[in-house]
Design a binder for this molecule. Structure first.
Ligand SMILES: [Zn+2]
Length: 163
């Protein structure tokens, strides 16, 4: 962001999130004066750098839709879907950059969904091609299946112990 006094570039010295507003203290790289900006992510000029290096403005609607699609018909409430979106956006605010790789946004969503639901996670991850090829995807599905089996066995053993 340009300094309002001398138009030189500035850098962020402090970022605070209050409700959905981001308050940033900035310092000018030229005249060293400090100033404060208030932003809302939906109205900032955050540019998303796509895989083919083209840029487009960040769209909350678009991100929300992609999370909703991954979570479709899964036992995940609307509140939880909104929480995923909020967590990802908070991380984007925190980083305070003007450009961000779409891959990085994808990774943030994937990290959330992974904790939440296997199916939603694999759906989203495969769309974002976190897996470079089909083998990578199959490996991950098998890993999840093994984990589920282990969980089931643990549960059975717990029941035996209870009896
Ligand atoms: Zn300045």
């Amino acid at each position: 962001m340009k300094c309002p006094y001398c138009q030189a570039d500035s850098h962020v010295v402090d970022t605070r999130e209050v409700a959905s507003t981001i308050r940033r203290r900035r310092e000018c790289d030229g005249c060293r004066q400090r100033f404060t900006t208030y932003e809302q992510l939906s109205s900032t000029n955050l540019q998303v750098v796509k895989r083919d290096r083209r840029r487009e403005g960040y769209s909350q609607d678009k991100l929300l839709t992609s999370i909703q699609i991954a979570c479709a018909k899964r036992p995940i409430s609307t509140d939880v879907v909104n929480d995923v979106l909020r967590t990802v956006e908070s991380e984007l605010y925190r980083q305070g950059r003007s450009e961000i790789d779409s891959q990085l946004i994808g990774d943030l969503v994937i990290a959330q969904l992974r904790l939440l639901d296997d199916v939603a996670y694999v759906r989203f991850a495969s769309v974002y091609r976190r897996f470079t090829d089909l083998d990578g995807l199959v490996d991950e599905i098998e890993r999840l299946r093994d984990q589920k089996q282990r969980d089931e066995e643990d549960k059975r053993q717990m029941r035996l112990i209870e009896v």
